[in-house]
Design a protein around this ligand. Structure first.
Ligand code: RIB
Ligand code: CA
Length: 307
């Protein structure tokens, strides 16, 4: 049984790894990509998503999403982390295809209606498009089987500020709306994604086994790993977005805490995700642990078998 999946993405180096992984995963039916600002601008994200889909041999719709956050002014893209064009050292790609005319939020609503109760939406960028879909269709939240969010943290603090994880920080109001929507939300935050790491030798193994796509990922990884070296985190890089894709299909590799999540939307801690907030909110599943070796090895083995 395969999981029907749409990825909402701001590619982005770890987004690229996630998209290649999903494209080749035998247990995933990737139905489309929707694009959002964050690591890059929405136009760059759309161009990169088209390029990644074509390079992975996919003929799937790519729908362009929101260009700016719901309320706050846009932050500058995280070019330091992902490179000037979002794919590390790679120059601006020139995909042959075009995005569909339908905006991302409309595409998400339509696909959730078409695949009622069966569609997983995996958001690996800011949640602006997901929030727009929820606002556009009151049934969207319930039509989705699950909305898996790479973002936030329960006890692991932040990465773009000491309080906030990047995807939430880029649009805290959207995240607050999604977490409070009553959808079946699964939050894959820094508590687990910081533990799922690829080393330079992981990327060289993948490139050796899968020279074409693995070689591309290895090239992108040099920039990503260099960023992690500059912040002195650890040798290698966090596989934030690919970990969220694994959680879409193999949730039993993770440990979850059932809790409501609110989001700080102003002040020094803006973008902070808060578990057990005062007040009445629907509970979601927030990842607090993972079988790290199982997730790492699954990513490694499947990326090594990329076509
Ligand atoms: O904090 C990590 C997240 O922010 C990942 O989705 C990464 O691609 C960036 O978007
Ligand atoms: Ca991302």
């Amino acid at each position: 049984m395969t999981t029907k999946l749409i990825i909402d993405t701001d590619p982005g180096i770890d987004d690229a790894i996630a998209i290649f992984y999903a494209a080749a995963a035998p247990d995933i039916d990737l139905l489309g990509l929707t694009t959002v600002f964050g690591n890059v601008t929405t136009d760059q994200a759309t161009r990169n998503a088209l390029y990644l889909a074509e390079t992975a041999g996919l003929t799937i719709p790519v729908a362009r999403g929101a260009h700016k956050p719901m309320v706050i002014p846009p932050h500058k893209p995280s070019l330091r982390v992902h490179g000037d064009e979002g794919l590390g050292p790679l120059p601006a790609p020139a995909p042959t295809g075009q995005a569909i005319d339908q905006p991302a939020a409309e595409f998400l609503v339509e696909m959730a209606q078409k695949h009622k109760g069966e569609l997983t939406v995996c958001a690996i960028g800011p949640l602006t498009n997901i929030a727009a879909a929820i606002q556009k269709d009151p049934y969207f939240a319930k039509n989705c089987a699950q909305i898996v969010v790479m973002g936030g943290s329960v006890d692991a603090g932040g990465n773009i500020t000491r309080h906030a994880e990047a995807n939430i920080y880029h649009d805290p109001h959207a995240a607050q709306l999604v977490f409070a929507s009553g959808a079946n939300v699964v939050m894959i935050g820094l508590d687990v994604t910081h533990k799922i790491r690829f080393s330079p030798s992981d990327f060289s193994n993948v490139a050796w086994e899968a020279p074409r796509l693995g070689g591309l990922l290895q090239e992108m990884s040099y920039h990503y790993i260099k960023f992690y070296e500059t912040v002195g985190k650890f040798d290698g890089c966090s596989m934030h977005d690919p970990t969220a894709i694994v959680a879409c299909v193999q949730p039993d590799a993770f440990a979850f805490r059932r809790t409501a999540i609110d989001v700080v939307t102003q002040g020094e801690a803006i973008g902070k995700t808060v578990a057990e907030p005062p007040g009445v909110y629907p509970a979601i599943n927030a990842a607090v642990g993972a079988d790290v070796d199982r997730v790492h090895d699954l990513l490694h083995d499947r990326l090594a078998r990329l076509p």
